[in-house]
Design a protein around this ligand. Structure first.
Ligand SMILES: CC(C)(COP(=O)(O)OP(=O)(O)OC[C@H]1O[C@@H](n2cnc3c(N)ncnc32)[C@H](O)[C@@H]1OP(=O)(O)O)[C@@H](O)C(=O)NCCC(=O)NCCS
Length: 165
């Protein structure tokens, strides 16, 4: 496991972190992993600069990227399938005359509530909120709020049905 900024990383009980996973919390950031979580190999779990919190009994599968730059909170019992990307920031792009790299990065607080299942290769953009018990289809792109208890798919992700009826 690759660790950077280990003094700012808190890991709960009975957590399984596989070889080649990467955990970081440098540049004043913070990373908290709840109890009974599973972080699979080659997952990048980054709390650098901001804060990344993962609730109890959640799983982060191989090749996921979780970035907490602008604050990323993940609830309990959340399943994040392989290759999913969860972001909490975006480049400023307002000025076309200035290179994007010089315009800075805006933090966008992002929330995944309890019992969410995020399909493989899904992307959750910064500023999104996925309600409790919802499912995000494989390859979908979430760009804002997804209500609780629904299945949402596509790019941008749209609700196709409720799980509550
Ligand atoms: C989201 C998901 C759970 C939907 O399951 P479902 O409710 O049974 O939905 P259906 O298969 O009946 O599909 C309903 C419609 O949504 C479409 N759809 C389903 N999943 C989609 C997806 N990921 N992206 C785009 N469209 C999708 C179907 O083509 C279908 O469209 P139609 O009505 O025009 O024919 C499932 O398709 C999925 O993406 N699962 C994630 C699998 C995964 O990532 N596993 C990783 C290991 S844990």
């Amino acid at each position: 496991v690759f660790v950077r900024g280990g003094g700012s990383i808190v890991v709960g009980d009975d957590v399984r972190i596989e070889a080649f996973a990467s955990l970081s919390a440098s540049k004043g950031g913070r990373l908290e992993i709840g109890s009974m979580c599973e972080i699979r190999g080659f997952a990048l779990v980054e709390g650098d600069t901001g804060e990344l919190v993962i609730g109890d009994r959640s799983s982060v599968n191989p090749f996921c990227l979780l970035n907490g730059y602008g604050g990323l909170r993940i609830g309990k019992n959340v399943r994040i399938a392989s290759h999913a990307v969860l972001l909490s920031s975006s480049h400023h792009i307002a000025d076309p005359a200035t290179p994007i790299v010089e315009q800075g990065i805006e933090g966008r607080s992002t929330l995944i509530e309890d019992d969410v299942w995020i399909g493989s290769h899904a992307i959750i953009l910064g500023g999104s909120r996925v309600g409790a018990g919802s499912v995000i289809g494989a390859g979908s792109i979430v760009t804002g709020a997804i209500p609780p208890g629904v299945v949402a798919v596509g790019a941008p992700a749209k609700v196709i049905r409720s799980r509550l009826e």
